[in-house]
Every structure is written in C-alpha cells, then in structure tokens.
Ligand binder design. Structure first.
Ligand code: NAP
Ligand code: GLV
Length: 309
C-alpha cells in the first residue's frame, strides 16, 4: 500500500512515522513537486496545493486531516470519482466543547468584567446571573456541534440546535432547515457556529440573522471565517445589539495586523485553535478507514459532493 502525505503546517516527519507505525508495510512519503510523479493509493492531506491532484492519478481515496473539507473541495482539479474522507471527531469535539463553554462562561458569568476589577484591585461583586437569560444556540449538530450543545446543556443553559436535517439530541431543542432558522435564532442570545463551510452556509452570520438574536446577543464562531460577514458583525457590535464576540476563525488566516477585529473592545480573538487535529487519534482513525476500504467496507466521514460536507 502506498500513501502520500501533504500538509503546509504540520511536521511531515512526525506524521510519516505515525502512519508507518499503525500501517506496517505501507510505503509512506511526503508529497513535494520533485517526487510528484510517484503514484500513491491514498493521500493524507491538509490544504494541498493545486498541483497535487493532477500528479496523483491512482488514488483510491483522499483523507483530509481535519473535520472541515472546504480547503480541499475548493480545488478546481479535485478528482471527480475519488472519495474524500474527513475526520470524525478524532479528539476535536471535546476540545471544541471546552472552548465554547469557556467563551460562554467568561461572558455569561462576567469573568471578563472580574478580570478588569482585579486589575484595578477592586473587590466588587456583579449581580448573579439567571441562566434563563442566556439561551444558547448551536448551528451545526454534527460530530462536533452535538458534543458542544450537550456540554452547554450540562451547565443548564437553555440550549437550542439547528441542522440541515431533523436531529434528536438529548436535552436540546432542535430546529432544522431554512424554515427552522428564524425561530431558532429568535430563541437564542449566544450563538455558536459549528457549521461546515459550503455554498449554502457561507455568509450565514450576516446582519439579517444576527439581528434576529435576542438583544445583547453574543457570537462564538469556531467554524470558518467565511461564515461571518465581518462588516455586519462590526455594525451589530457598534449598534449595541450584540454585546460581544469570540472568534477563532477568519476569512484570511493569519488575521492581518491591520484588521479592525484586533482593536475592538468587544471581540476576543484566538488563532484557529478551538479544536486542534490530534495526530495520534487522527492517524489511527485514518488507518482504520483505509483498512476498512481495503476490505471493501463502507466508512464514516465520506463527503457528499452535492452537499459539500
Ligand atoms: P459534521 O459532523 O459534518 O456536522 C455538520 C453539521 O452542520 C450537521 O449537523 C449538518 O446538518 C449541519 N449543516 C450542514 N449544512 C447545513 C445547512 N445548510 N443548514 C443547516 N445545518 C447544516 O461536521 P463536524 O465534524 O461537526 O465539523 C463542523 C465544522 O467545524 C467543520 O466543517 C469545520 O469547519 C469546523 N471545525 C473547526 C475547527 C477549528 O479549530 N476552528 C476544528 C474542527 C472543525 P445534518 O446533521 O442535517 O447533516
Ligand atoms: C479544523 O479547522 C478542522 O476543520 O479540522
């Protein structure tokens, strides 16, 4: 079995070693333009360059080392008949649940305000919160979103979820489809985006949808930067309809030094770290999926090209 690896940001050596350890006997190498003609059965990659797919003519499947496949799907020369497979959770859902709960609690429990008080050596108590006043809505109830919604619900915040098709998630009131979106948004004060980026979801965090949230709303975007219309967020924050935002993802990453988000007092920024790909879990999952494909079994995580996720 021959496996080619590519990632612009990960240390290829560590991934090659881990893949060789779980798939003994496999020939595994890192793709470079120099060795482009060496043909592989499987590609394991993140944000490949456009030259990679035309050079690989014998691929049986492509494994994306992340949950979101938008970086792969946008490539013009993606081979039409080769399955594209994403990671299912692989240790990311629990990280995302931590991140979202941290951002939610920091805002709702006013830890951000207490940080300011402490800096000023002020012993000052804010009024206690009423959870009912902080209903949380999670857009996307997949491997990661469902875990996030359940983590939020465990803290007894009223929790709502929205997905494309109808979903049943314990403890969560769910809505689905474009017909359910308005009612979902109207119930919510803290909105969390965990959607895949597709033609249908691009720009979904726009003025129309953000203004449907309850007053003093709050946005947590951990999905993709292109879900958010940046200028609409700034308008909604400046009008006071939104009280703040925690953003982990941006239209252009790294976020440029001159972007208005950096200096905005109501925006908290992190550098796309809400759920980091875990190498050991990811490699093990990919190896299990490759072995299943070799046995002609169906696997989880194969992308539906029509839906885009
Ligand atoms: P997933 O399992 O495929 O779940 C996607 C969810 O979104 C599903 O519930 C799906 O609905 C829903 N959805 C898709 N299109 C929709 C639409 N048009 N309207 C309403 N709902 C829609 O994906 P996942 O593994 O949870 O990952 C979600 C995303 O998180 C990834 O695509 C990636 O962009 C992002 N992510 C970010 C980081 C980070 O570090 N910032 C890390 C990992 C992932 P159905 O259930 O009906 O199919
Ligand atoms: C990271 O952003 C991922 O999609 O896994």
């Amino acid at each position: 079995m021959k496996i080619v690896f590519y990632s612009p940001e990960k240390n290829p050596q560590l991934w090659l070693e881990e893949l060789r350890a779980v798939l003994p006997g496999a020939h595994v190498w890192a793709w470079t333009p120099v060795c482009a003609e060496r043909q592989a059965d499987y590609a394991v990659l993140w944000e490949p360059p456009p030259e990679l797919f035309p050079s690989q003519r014998e691929l049986k499947a492509v494994f994306n080392i992340g949950a979101g496949v938008d970086g792969v799907m946008k490539l013009p020369n993606l081979p039409a008949s080769v399955p594209i497979v994403r990671l299912n959770d692989a240790g990311m859902a629990v990280q995302m649940a931590e991140y979202v709960c941290h951002a939610l609690l920091r805002h709702a429990r006013r830890f951000d305000t207490y940080e300011v008080h402490a800096k000023n050596r002020e012993w000052k108590r804010e009024p206690p919160i009423d959870r009912v006043a902080f209903p949380v809505g999670v857009m996307g109830l997949g491997d990661i979103g469902a875990r996030v919604a359940q983590a939020v619900a465990a803290f007894e915040y009223p929790t709502f979820g929205w997905s494309r098709t109808a979903k049943c998630v314990r403890g969560i009131t769910t809505f689905n489809g474009s017909e359910g979106l308005g009612e979902f948004l109207r119930r919510v004060r803290l909105l969390v985006c965990v959607l895949p980026l597709t033609p249908e979801t691009e720009g979904i965090l726009n003025a129309t949808n953000l203004s449907a949230l309850k007053p003093n709303g709050y946005l947590i975007n951990v999905a993709r930067g292109k879900h958010l219309v940046d200028s609409d967020l700034l308008t909604m924050l400046d009008s006071g309809h939104l009280a703040g935002a925690t953003l982990d993802v941006f239209r252009d990453e790294p976020l440029s030094g001159g972007h208005a988000f950096w200096d905005h007092p109501k925006i908290t920024i992190t550098p796309h770290i809400s759920a980091i790909t875990r190498r050991a879990e990811s490699v093990l999952q990919i190896a299990q999926k490759i072995s299943a494909l070799e046995r002609s079994e169906t696997i989880e995580g194969a992308i539906d090209r029509e839906r885009g996720y």
